[in-house]
Design a protein around this ligand. Structure first.
Ligand code: ADP
Ligand code: NI
Length: 214
């Protein structure tokens, strides 16, 4: 495994996300990298590709980098500057391309490496961390936490998903509660089951307190 490339990628990614307060901070990328690497080892996937792709998976995120996301300019120029082979760059770009949750337009990654990175990114949107990230994101966009008059929508396509301005609790129904059944690897399916149950419990308690249970 190329330690130098890993080192440089880590530094580059850390610098990109140093200033983020929308739930995409460096700590998110670092957790995704660690989980993805574990999944790669468990699944016998290429650990270097998985690690580099995990570290760069949000480098051209549509919401954070509206100018670069189409061409993935950040990831491409970084990997070029490190002298990576075109074939290696293409493999990383395909993984990044296939990683995102896009409602009913989400894709199953075409490679085992992509499956590990997608599962890791989605696991970090679930459980206690996932709940905290959702409310952080909602706060950063001045979203209402909950409004019983706004019915949640499930199974929406990518345009409706990205255009959604609904409450943070509704985000659970638009994305977070759907993730359990969208995992690719068996190790991730097991972790997802526990994190799903925790979110469900959180919602039950949230509604009970909202309705004034003492
Ligand atoms: P990812 O890093 O998994 O690609 P996203 O870019 O979709 O995540 O979003 C970053 C974080 O913010 C995730 O934890 C996600 O669940 C959360 N998030 C995204 N959209 C919303 C929303 N409309 N309301 C609340 N949280 C959101
Ligand atoms: Ni991410």
């Amino acid at each position: 495994m190329s330690d130098q490339l890993m080192d440089k990628t880590m530094k580059y990614s850390r610098s990109l996300f140093a200033e983020d307060f929308s739930g995409h901070d460096w700590a998110h990328t670092e957790r995704v990298y660690k989980i993805a690497k574990n999944l790669a080892q468990a699944e016998g996937a290429d650990v270097l590709i998985v690690s580099v792709a995990a570290l760069l998976h949000d480098a051209d995120d549509r919401k954070l980098f509206p100018e670069t996301w189409r061409e993935k300019a950040n990831a491409v120029s970084f990997l070029h500057s490190e002298g990576c082979e075109p074939e290696f760059i293409d493999r990383v770009l395909t993984i990044i391309d296939e990683v995102s949750f896009r409602g009913t337009d989400s894709v199953v990654p075409t490679t085992l490496e992509g499956k590990c990175v997608q599962d890791a990114d989605r696991l970090d949107a679930m459980g206690a961390i996932g709940i905290a990230r959702a409310f952080t994101f909602g706060g950063s966009r001045s979203r209402t936490m909950y409004d019983p008059m706004q019915n949640p929508r499930s199974n929406i396509d990518s345009e409706a998903y990205f255009a959604s301005e609904s409450t943070t609790i509704n985000h659970f129904y638009e994305k977070l509660l759907l993730l359990k059944d969208m995992m690719n690897t068996s190790a991730a399916k097991e972790i997802a089951a526990g994190r799903h149950a925790f979110m469900q419990e959180f919602l039950d308690e949230f509604y009970a307190e909202w309705e004034g249970r003492l």
